[in-house]
Design a protein around this ligand. Structure first.
Ligand code: APR
Length: 172
């Protein structure tokens, strides 16, 4: 397993990194789950910039990303990505989830950041099966890191015990 990939159990708003990835929705309004925690901890600047992006671009599409400052979080940027809602697996969910990770990593490089932290995108309210989601996340990150040497740390932040155990097993 790549030494640049790390795993912790906890709250992503408490980590120190350069990019915090948010599991957002297409309207970029963070009212529940990890998005709500990120908006609350980051403060008004994140809400305002998300509103501005919504006005200019209409929001964010599934699998894609938008960027804001990180406000009060211990990071430089928040990359908001919209994971797919699980609909049984025939609606390009795997492809879209893979895109969330790859597009976030590409953007982190573009922003000249070396450290990035991911929550377990889509595995909460969007009901993506956790093991399948973890396998896609790791595949995307490993493939990306194998071709990129500027990213020094990819931190997976598992909030719930089940996700933590799945990642721990897969990272062995
Ligand atoms: N830090 C890290 N992970 C967290 C936190 C936190 N503070 N809070 C929740 N999580 C974890 C959940 O345990 C879950 O595994 O984040 C994962 C994703 O859960 P959701 O936040 O429900 O995100 P998702 O399934 O992608 O659904 C997106 O939920 O957050 C809202 O606005 C968002 O409507 C969108 C939807």
């Amino acid at each position: 397993m790549c030494h640049r990939i790390k795993l912790i159990k906890g709250d992503i708003t408490k980590v120190s990194t350069e990019v915090i990835v948010n599991a957002a929705n297409t309207s970029l309004i963070g009212t529940s789950g990890v998005a709500s925690d990120i908006h609350k901890a980051g403060g008004i600047v994140i809400d305002q910039q998300c509103m501005d992006i919504r006005r200019r671009l209409g929001g964010c599409k599934t699998g894609e990303i938008v960027v804001t400052d990180a406000g009060n979080l211990d990071a430089r940027y928040v990359i908001h990505t919209v994971g797919p809602v699980w609909k049984g697996g025939e609606k390009k969910e795997a492809e879209l989830l893979y895109s969330c990770y790859i597009n976030s990593l590409r953007e982190a490089v573009r922003l000249e950041c070396k450290k990035i932290a991911f929550p377990n995108i889509s595995t909460g309210i969007y009901r993506y099966p956790k093991k399948e989601a973890a396998m896609i996340a790791l595949k995307a990150v490993e493939e990306f890191l194998s071709e990129n040497s500027t990213i020094e740390e990819v931190l997976f932040v598992a909030y719930d015990e089940e996700n933590y155990e799945i990642y721990e097993e897969l990272l062995k």
